[in-house]
Design a protein around this ligand. Structure first.
Ligand code: UFG
Length: 336
């Protein structure tokens, strides 16, 4: 059994990883300020420290108080649009929290660090599918903040020997297939939950951002990866870090679906129409983002179990239908 510190463990991807760690028998401590996260997303038996990562003394205390085998860092500002209105806040907060946490981990003798990174590092990609060797060129302050965080971690390895894994998520989507957890952002900006909410009458009609892209149906193509598969990737990279080297992986299914295909799938799965209207392009949206997951597969043995868009939408829909108002109507802790 190992013990891990998970920042942002009450959030969407973080909570699914916490659940996966608990299920395999690890001990988990979560730090989350609950600005975005939900107390009800923390499984029983997991210690929750409600704290802001900017509170360095508190973070250092937590790291010194337990002996952790690794830190998984999810807590971050993560809205691309917001990052273009407040670029300096995004870069300052995401970078300083990551490096402050890494520093505290090093001082506490913890040598494994996993960073939630993003496909936004690649901006408008130079080739498809996007492999780890593609040129890095973020076109948002959010992407830039994660690129800087990755670079900071490279220095932490060079000088202090901190081994890190940067996982560049493509479009995280879906929900725990057993229905224990789901996606509950406020505000919600992601396509799949917005389309489901529109279909269920829980949210406004969807606006489809752009129909004139150079793609077969004119709408953007994205690589949707199931959050449970994403969680499994984290467990596997912890094993790679044990072998003593730092890694960077693109984490996606390796296949893309257009916005129209997502809408069609939501209609099929829910059995209801998705009310939508077409609107102009959203600034900074590349036409196609699809990952090459070859390196991740080869080096970790990762294989997505919920690769079909239908499975992703079905699990997301099941959770939302059971929790129309998100975690607020289920203030019970989930059982691991
Ligand atoms: N979309 C709409 N209408 C909406 C919301 C989204 O048409 O109301 C479209 C977008 O234009 C895009 C696709 O649906 O083509 C997916 O959009 P999301 O907002 O769900 O996801 P993004 O691809 O924009 O963002 C994701 C992650 C970010 C990450 C980015 C990398 O959520 O954290 O990929 O490019 F930075």
């Amino acid at each position: 059994m190992a013990r891990f510190l998970v920042t942002g463990g009450a959030g969407y991807v973080g909570s699914h990883v916490v659940l996966a760690l608990k299920e395999r028998g690890d001990d988990v401590v979560v730090i989350d300020d609950l600005r975005q996260g939900h107390r009800a997303a923390i499984p029983e038996g997991v210690e929750l420290v409600v704290a802001d990562l900017a509170d360095r003394a508190r973070v250092a205390d937590v790291l010194a108080g337990w002996k952790f085998d690794g830190v998984l860092h999810f807590a971050a500002l993560s809205l691309v649009g917001e990052s273009m209105r407040e670029p300096l806040r995004y870069i300052t907060e995401n970078l300083s929290n990551t490096l402050g946490l890494a520093d505290a981990a090093i001082k506490a003798g913890c040598q494994r660090f996993v960073l939630s990174s993003t496909a936004a590092l690649f901006g408008f990609p130079e080739r498809l599918p996007i492999d780890e060797g593609c040129r890095l060129g973020p076109v948002s302050a959010y992407g830039e903040s994660k690129l800087m965080a990755e670079r900071g971690l490279e220095w932490a390895e060079r000088v202090h020997g901190l081994r890190s894994a940067s996982l560049r998520y493509f479009n995280a989507a879906g929900a725990d297939p057993q229905g224990r957890l789901g996606e509950d952002h406020n505000p919600e900006t992601h396509l799949i939950p917005l389309a489901i909410n529109a279909a269920l009458g829980l949210g406004p009609e969807l606006t489809l951002f752009g129909t004139d892209y150079d793609t077969p149906d004119g709408t953007c193509i994205r690589d949707y990866v199931h959050v449970t598969d994403l969680a499994d990737a984290h467990l596997r990279v912890l094993g790679v870090l044990e072998q003593g080297r730092s890694v960077r992986y693109n984490v996606g299914n390796g296949s893309g679906y257009s916005v129209r295909e997502v809408i069609d799938t939501v209609q099929r799965v829910t059995g209801r129409p998705v009310p939508y209207r077409t609107g102009p392009r959203r600034l900074g949206d590349p036409a196609v983002l699809v990952a090459s997951n070859t390196l991740l597969r080869e080096e970790t043995g990762w294989t997505p179990q919920y690769a079909a868009l239908e499975d992703i939408v079905r699990t997301a829909y099941a959770w939302r239908a059971a929790h129309p108002h998100g975690f607020d109507d289920s203030a019970r802790p989930v059982a691991a």
